[in-house]
Each structure stands twice: as C-alpha cells, then as structure tokens.
Design a protein around this ligand. Structure first.
Ligand code: C2E
Ligand code: CA
Ligand code: CA
Ligand code: CA
Length: 391
C-alpha cells in the first residue's frame, strides 16, 4: 500500500484507461465524471474515507469514468497485488464473491451514469442505494446457498401431473425446496434467480438431475409397475455448463431408468432468447432419449415458428390462462386452440395451476391431456407422492 497526492485539477485516471487499483480518500475531494473535461457529466463527488476505482481491482477492466481532484487531495492506493496476496489468494470463495460484487457495482455505475445523463441524479442515487442493498442480499443468499448444499438443506418435492381422462397421476414435476434447519423455507422464486447469476446453478443443477433420477428410481421401488414420468426444470444458464450432458448421461445410466421417462422443462423465454443455440442443445438432450417440455407456454412472446424447428414433446400451458378459464371465453379458446395445435404437431399438453374442479373439467373438455395444480396436490415429499401414485 502506498499514498498518492494530487493537486487541484489533477487527473488520477481517464475513462477508458486500463487500471488495477482502487483508492481511499484520506483528505480532499475527487470528482468522478464521464465525457471530456469541458463537457463532462458528473457522476459523483467523493470525500474523506470514500472508496472508488474498485471495479478494476481484480484486473481485466477499463475505467468507466474519469477521476479528478477538485482540491489538494491525498489517497491511499489499494493495489490488485495487495488484495491478491493478502486476502484473495487464501480464499477462492472470497475471490468469487468479490467478482460478483464488482461485476454488480460495475453495472450500478453504468446505470447511475445513464440516470445522471437523463437528469435524474437524485433518483439515480436512490437506485444505487437500493442496488447496494440488493447486492448485499444477493451475496448473503449466495453464500447461504453454498452452505445449504453442503448441509443437505435442499429437497426435491414432487407435484403430481394427472391424466385428465381418468384422473390418475401419470407423472410428477420435481420442484426444489430449501428448508432451513429452523424449519423456515426459502422460495425457489427467490433463490433460483440468484443461483442462476453464478456458477452455483451448475452445482445445484447437477444435484437436481441426480436427485430427480434417484427419486424416480425410488418411486419404481415403492410402486412397482407405475412407470411415472418425471419433469425437471432446467435453467438457461445450465446450457453453458460443460458438465450438463455428462451429468445427465451418468445419472440416467446409474439409475438404470428408461430416459424417455425423464422430461426436461425449459421455458418459452429461454427459447426466445437464443433459438439457434437452444436448438443445438435441445437436440443433444433428445439424443440422450429424454423428452422436452416447453414450460410457461404462451407467456414468452416468442414466435410459434420454433415449434416447427425444436424437438418438443410437450407444451405446458401457463397458469395465467387456466386462472381465467371460467371467466374469460378468450382464455378458453386459447387453451382449446393450443391443445389442438399441439396434437396436430404430435405433442402432449399439460395445464398448470389447476385449482378448482371446474378448471379441471374445462381443460379436459378442451382436449388438454394432463393437469397439474393445487386442486390435486402441491409438490409433495417423495413418500407422499409414492402413496398417491399407488392409490
Ligand atoms: P414453474 O416451473 O412454473 O413451477 C410451477 C410453480 O407453480 C411451482 O412454484 C408450483 O408450486 C406452483 N404451483 C403448482 N400448482 C399451483 C397452483 O395450482 N396454483 C398456484 N398458484 N401455483 C401452483 P415453486 O415451486 O415455488 O417454483 C417457482 C419456480 O421456481 C418454478 O416455476 C421454476 O421456475 C423455479 N423452480 C422450482 N424448482 C426448480 C428446480 O428444481 N430447478 C429450476 N431450475 N427451477 C426451479
Ligand atoms: Ca416448471
Ligand atoms: Ca410452469
Ligand atoms: Ca410458471
């Protein structure tokens, strides 16, 4: 660590410079701005004890803004090497978490700069504070998740998917549950998006795949001959995981299951994001023998043309349509039309979020194959799912 002194008007660094140091202001004042000196847009004026420049600390980034002293200023320099030697080298987790935080704060600065540009300086500061809160929350959750994996706090629960023709469970959707030691639960809607922003989703995804196969094999043991199928959810990020296919392959082989009994759920929005890349990956999934379901169908604003190109076996009608089935004639027509379209293309349909007998009956009349929802059961622990299957 060393010190640095600047005169009034002296530049510390300029937008676009390379850099690998952060600074703490010991005395004086630093203005952070974008654009040229003459027509600059001020992002912040920093005083004593404030840290800046940290985005380049782990290397590989250029400065996003310029920094200039507006009065005689002294700084403490925190170098990349210092951080690396003293803290980071000892702890890979810390290094990873820091990268996440730094990536996040980098986004914040970009967003803040944008807001300032649009004349919303105060609002921008409020946003940055909210982002800082969110970043901390994110960090805590990410750390808690890593620990929870080690401590086996995750479980897969199984929600029955019922054949509407005869009302019998034909399969299950595996839904992850995080139950803390004190019995409290964290909703997947909260922690899955956080896991998706780091490589934790890989580790969690591997666990979900192995556990799904284990559950299906255990259902076979408890209810011989039922031959239920099991749907598991994949995240877009998992398609970047080089181990996704090896893990799927090994889990299928180890459990001795017929791969056709495994359904991989991907959401329509995943397809919309990158149809060509998704197509390639889905073809590899198909090559393993697994089936593919499009989840949240009808909400992704994607073009129907992908149905022609993707090897899809099943469409899961989003719960928003089912909720309006009994009150909106349009919703009923859409459900009926999707069921017909799916059948014409040789696909099956599942209606999700069925909560009333009326909705179940209506879906059946409209030609939907399967239903899933609280009308039958929520996601259940394995033993209760097996009981339901054996009835
Ligand atoms: P999803 O894949 O659309 O899952 C269906 C969600 O609807 C589940 O919420 C389920 O409990 C809930 N649900 C089922 N029936 C009904 C009903 O009749 N009414 C209502 N209101 N809700 C119903 P959950 O388990 O909280 O999961 C939320 C989301 O988190 C899932 O949405 C999925 O996107 C994600 N998720 C859950 N488990 C996993 C997992 O193992 N892996 C991945 N990648 N994502 C998961
Ligand atoms: Ca799903
Ligand atoms: Ca769904
Ligand atoms: Ca949904």
């Amino acid at each position: 660590r060393h010190r640095r002194s600047l005169e009034t008007g002296e530049m510390l660094f300029r937008e676009g410079d390379g850099g690998h140091e952060a600074y703490v202001i010991e005395s004086g004042c630093i203005e952070i701005f974008t654009g040229s000196l003459d027509s600059r847009r001020r992002i912040a004026c920093l005083g004593r004890d404030e840290i800046f420049g940290e985005m380049t600390l782990l290397g590989g980034h250029t400065r996003l803004a310029s920094a200039m002293a507006t009065e005689p200023t002294t700084l403490i320099v925190i170098s990349h090497e210092y951080l690396e030697e003293r803290v980071l080298a000892a702890d890979p987790l810390l290094r990873h978490l820091l990268r996440v935080v730094i990536a996040r704060s980098r986004d914040n600065v970009l967003r803040l700069a944008q807001t300032v540009e649009q004349g919303g300086g105060m609002a921008g500061t409020a946003h940055a504070a909210a982002d800082r809160q969110a970043a901390l929350q994110h960090l805590r959750l990410e750390q808690a998740m890593a620990t929870a994996l080690e401590r086996s706090e995750f479980q897969l629960h199984l929600q029955p998917i019922v054949r509407l023709r005869d009302g019998r469970p034909a399969g299950f959707e595996a839904l992850i549950r995080w139950i803390r030691p004190d019995g409290s639960r964290v909703s997947p809607g909260e922690f899955i998006p956080v896991a998706e922003q780091s490589e934790l989703i890989y580790v969690l995804g591997h666990w979900i795949i192995r556990e799904s196969c284990r559950c299906l094999a255990e259902l076979d043991r408890q209810v011989p001959g039922a031959a239920a199928f099991l749907s598991l959810n994949l995240s877009l990020r998992q398609f970047d995981d080089p181990a996704l296919f090896p893990v799927l392959e090994a889990a299928l082989a180890d459990s001795g299951l017929d791969p056709r009994r495994l359904r991989l759920e991907i959401t329509e929005s995943m397809i919309a994001r990158d149809a060509d890349a998704t197509l390639q990956l889905l073809q590899r999934c198909k090559a393993l023998g697994a089936k593919l379901s499009v989840d949240d169908f009808g909400t992704g604003y994607s073009s129907l043309s992908y149905l022609q190109r993707l090897p899809v076996d099943c469409l899961k009608l989003d719960r928003s349509f089912i909720g309006e089935l009994e009150t909106s004639p349009a919703a009923a027509r859409i459900v009926g039309a999707v069921a017909r379209l799916a059948h014409d293309l040789g696909m099956e349909t599942v209606a999700e979020g069925i909560e009333t007998p009326g909705q179940a009956a209506r879906c059946r009349e409209l030609g939907v194959d399967y239903g899933q929802g609280f009308h039958w059961a929520p996601a259940l622990p394995l033993d209760r799912a097996a009981q339901l299957l054996s009835r």
